[in-house]
Design a protein around this ligand. Structure first.
Ligand code: EPZ
Length: 433
C-alpha cells in the first residue's frame, strides 16, 4: 500500500494548476445515462472516483472511454448509454463510492427501473439516502429495499412534483434534478443545495436540452422534456482542491499562484485566510482565473472560528484542512462541524503530530501555535488525509501518511503538484517504511 513521506519545514513557492472538480464530474458522468447520444466530458480529474463512476456506468450499459488530457492530471470521457435490460449498480462498486447513488434518478427517469446497492456506512457519518428516495417516491416511483439493494420502478414517466427538501442535500438535489429533467410536467425543488457543482450539473443538463430555471439558487424549476441529447462539457475547477493548496501555503508559508481556479466559489475560505493574516490576490490569467496566496516565513497567523454549513457557508470538505492551518495560528480556534456527525477523525492524528486540540461532539477547539513534529499518521477519509499532508508539510522531520488510497480518490497528482512548489514529498510503496 502506498504512503506519502514528507520532510516538513519547507516554504512553498511556485504555481499549481487546479484540476476539474471531482464532485461536479461525478454527477455529470451520471447524467450521461439520460440520453442514448454521445456525451463528452472534459476536465475530469484523474482520480480513482472518476474511474469507479465510469465502471458503474459501464455496468449499466454505457460505452465509455477515458483518455488522458494535458499533463495527465485530467481526463476526457466519451460516453454513450444504450442501456441494459436489467440496470443494476452492484454492491462491489457502490461500496467503494457512495456517489454511485447518483445513477438512481437518471436510470428511473430514462428506463423506468433501476437496482442500486444501498451505499452503507461511511467514515464521516451515517449518510442516509432517505431524501433521495422520498422525492422519487413522490414522483411516482415504487421503491423496495431488499437484500441490500434499492429496487425502484415506475409505470410510464416520473411525474413532476413541488417538493421542499427537509434538509439541504447536495446528492439528493442532483439526483432529483436529473430525474425531473425527463419527468412529465414542471418540478419545483425548494430548499435545494446551491453548491457550484450543482450549478455545473444544471449547465450540462441545459446543454443536453433540459429546461431549468433558478440555477445557482435554492429553488430549481425544471420543465421535463421527453428526450435529452448529447453534448460536450468541461467541468468547473475543483474549489476543494484549490482550497487545500491555499491551506497548505497558509500553514507551511510561501507564495503560490493557483492557475485556473474560480475564486467566486471559495469566498468563505478566502475571507477566513485573509482575516487570519494571509495576503490573497485574484486576477484573470490566460487560462482562467488565478489566485495568489502569500504568507511569509515568520509572519504570524491569527486564529479564527469556523462553522461548516451548506454553500455559500464554509464547506465541510475544507474543515479538516483548516484545522491543520489553525494548529499554526496564535490563539484559540473553535471549529463547529455542521454537516456530518463524525468528521473529526483527523483530530487525533493531528494530535499525534503535536497539535494542541480537543473535540467534543460537533466542536473542536484548537490552541496554537503548536510545534509539530513528524511521525507516522493514518488517514481515515479523503479530506482528513489532505489535512495530515498539510500538517506534515509544517512538521519538523519526517511524516509518513499511511492509507493514501483515500487521497487518490479525490486529488489528481497531489504529491507531484506539491513537489512543483518545492515541497519535499514522495510516494513510496508499502515496503519502504
Ligand atoms: C456531497 O456528499 C459531497 N460528495 C461530499 O464530498 C460533501 O462533503 C457533501 O456533499 C456536503 O457538502 C459529492 O458531491 C460526491 P449531502 P452528499 O447529501 O451529497 C444528510 C468529499 O470529501 N443526508 O449534502 O452525500 C447527510 O447525512 C465528499 O469530496 C440525509 O440525512 O452530502 C449529511 O449530514 C465527502 N439524508 C447532510 O445531509 C439524505 O438522504 C448533507 O449530505 C442525504 C443526506
Amino acid at each position: 500500500m502506498d504512503r506519502l513521506v514528507i520532510q516538513g519545514g519547507q516554504a512553498l513557492r511556485g504555481r499549481i494548476r487546479v484540476s476539474g472538480a471531482k464532485n461536479a464530474a461525478l454527477p455529470c458522468l451520471a447524467a450521461a445515462l439520460l440520453t442514448p447520444d454521445a456525451v463528452v466530458l472534459s476536465n475530469l480529474p484523474a482520480v480513482a472516483d472518476i474511474r469507479t463512476m465510469v465502471k458503474v456506468l459501464q455496468a449499466l450499459g454505457t460505452d465509455a472511454t477515458l483518455e488522458p488530457q494535458g499533463e495527465g492530471f485530467e481526463l476526457t470521457a466519451k460516453l454513450a448509454c444504450t442501456g441494459s435490460d436489467d440496470p443494476k449498480a452492484p454492491y462491489d462498486l457502490v461500496k467503494t463510492m457512495r456517489a454511485s447513488i447518483l445513477v438512481l434518478g437518471p436510470l428511473l427517469a430514462r428506463f423506468g427501473k433501476a437496482t442500486v446497492s444501498l451505499p452503507g456506512g461511511c467514515a464521516i457519518g451515517a449518510r442516509p439516502v432517505n431524501l433521495h428516495l422520498e422525492a422519487l417516491e413522490r414522483m411516482g416511483a415504487v421503491i423496495e429495499i431488499s437484500h441490500g439493494y434499492i429496487h425502484a420502478s415506475v409505470q410510464g414517466r416520473l411525474k413532476a412534483i413541488d417538493h421542499a427538501f427537509t434538509k439541504v442535500s447536495v446528492g439528493a438535489t442532483e439526483n432529483i434534478l436529473m430525474a425531473a429533467a425527463l419527468a412529465e410536467g414542471t418540478t419545483v425543488l425548494r430548499n435545494a443545495a446551491q453548491e457550484p457543482e450543482i450549478g455545473d450539473l444544471a449547465q450540462l443538463l441545459v446543454k443536453m436540452g433540459a429546461q431549468i430555471e433558478g440555477i445557482g439558487t435554492g429553488t430549481l424549476t425544471i420543465t421535463g422534456v421527453e428526450r435529452l441529447h448529447g453534448c460536450e462539457h468541461a467541468v468547473i475547477p475543483d474549489r476543494i482542491e484549490a482550497g487545500t493548496y491555499l491551506c497548505a501555503v497558509a500553514a507551511a508559508c510561501g507564495d503560490v499562484v493557483l492557475d485556473r481556479c474560480e475564486p467566486e466559489h471559495l469566498r468563505a475560505l478566502l475571507d477566513l485566510l485573509e482575516r487570519s493574516g494571509c495576503v490573497i490576490t485574484e486576477r484573470e490569467g490566460q487560462d482562467g482565473r488565478q489566485l495568489r496566496i502569500q504568507r511569509e516565513c515568520g509572519q504570524k497567523l491569527r486564529s479564527k472560528d469556523i462553522t461548516t454549513l451548506p454553500y455559500p457557508g464554509f464547506p465541510t470538505d475544507l474543515q479538516a484542512q483548516v484545522m491543520a492551518v489553525m494548529t499554526q495560528a496564535c490563539g484559540i480556534s473553535v471549529i463547529n462541524e455542521g454537516i456530518f456527525e463524525n468528521r473529526f477523525q483527523h483530530a487525533m492524528e493531528l494530535e499525534r503530530l503535536g497539535a494542541n486540540l480537543r473535540t467534543d461532539g460537533h466542536t473542536a477547539i484548537v490552541a496554537g501555535p503548536a510545534k509539530l513534529t513528524g511521525c507516522t499518521v493514518m488517514a481515515t477519509d479523503l479530506r482528513a488525509s489532505a489535512a495530515l499532508v498539510i500538517a506534515g508539510l509544517v512538521a519538523a522531520g519526517e511524516t509518513v501518511v499511511d492509507r493514501i488510497y483515500h487521497l487518490d480518490r479525490g486529488y489528481a497528482g497531489l504529491e507531484k503538484k506539491l513537489q512543483g512548489v518545492g515541497a519535499r514529498i514522495e510516494r513510496v510503496g508499502g515496503g519502504r517504511v
